[in-house]
Ligand binder design. Sequence first.
Ligand SMILES: [Zn+2]
Ligand SMILES: [Zn+2]
Length: 353
Amino acid sequence: MISCNFSNCNIFCLKIVTFIKRLNKKVPLSKCYLHLRKISLSSGHMSVLEHVRASSITRTLNIIGDRWTLIILRDAFLGVTRFRDWQAKNNMARSILINRLNKLVEVGCFKKVLYQERPARHEYQLTEQGKRLYPIAILIWKWEETWYTRDADIPAKLIHKPCGHTLQPVMKCDVCDGEITLKNISYKDGPGAGQDCQVAPRHQRRSRISVKNKDEAMMMERAADIIGDRWSNLALSAAYLGIRRFDDIQSELKIATNILSNRLSHLVDSGLLQKVLYSDKPARYEYRLTDKGRDLFPVMLAMMTWGDDWLCEGRGVPFLIIHTTCGAESHPQVKCAQCSKELISSDVQFSFD
Ligand SMILES: [Zn+2]
Ligand SMILES: [Zn+2]
């Protein structure tokens, strides 16, 4: 008999019940709902969003969830390796650039290589771990290309060299090769569930970036504006988990009302959430995902997968991902929609036409 094995999280509990129902297996539903009730009445358990905070998304964001880091990585994927080129291209303060490059070396995304002896000059080359961030960058590129006016700096299209088609990156299941979306995914606790994630040093925590004119912002800046801020990110994660109402989000996130209001307003202004009245007296609102918000989900999933692959340090992944279409435990991969080959940077050619 299959029983609910989601000890802490009511949303996941509901999802697994739906998943098992689909498989037509014998399910002790009463146990799950009883469990759900017991959990929702207790206060000492991890909340849904505490799970998210402990997930690999947070670990990944502690490394790349910063505007300058995303911009440095974007340029690295476009071929930049030298300090002066990053500095010239982005008008970046020297101290910020040094700090971010050192951090990327420290976490294993870049290696520092001597290219000139007198005077000593180094360049920063992407390691395998760094190159594996490429699919995240491509998914962000696709999201920005879909939802914003294109910057002149940004390639008009990407060609996937192995098949010759215009690249359409999609998140696919490694077992059945079907697309993974918000609607056909479920989670269960993995061996590393609940373990504390690494917390970013204080100076690396970013407050929200203010991009005044989103149409003029550079590639990755719009996404960095959302994913580079931990509270916006958690509020969006809540929406992905189906938690929509202000009071529910607040009780999960345990943050001040004004901070939550600010981040939710920002997500509404950015077009990722829609504010909908669900009760008149008193006036109560819920925050529903828009198509644009839903479209950012593959980016979050790719960040989670990268964190699972590179940042779990032998403890095991916090969550196992179930692709409900095939029922298998899945390791999502970003692939070309045409030929289904997994995306690597050397296979992609930029076209500015
Ligand atoms: Zn599958
Ligand atoms: Zn292809």
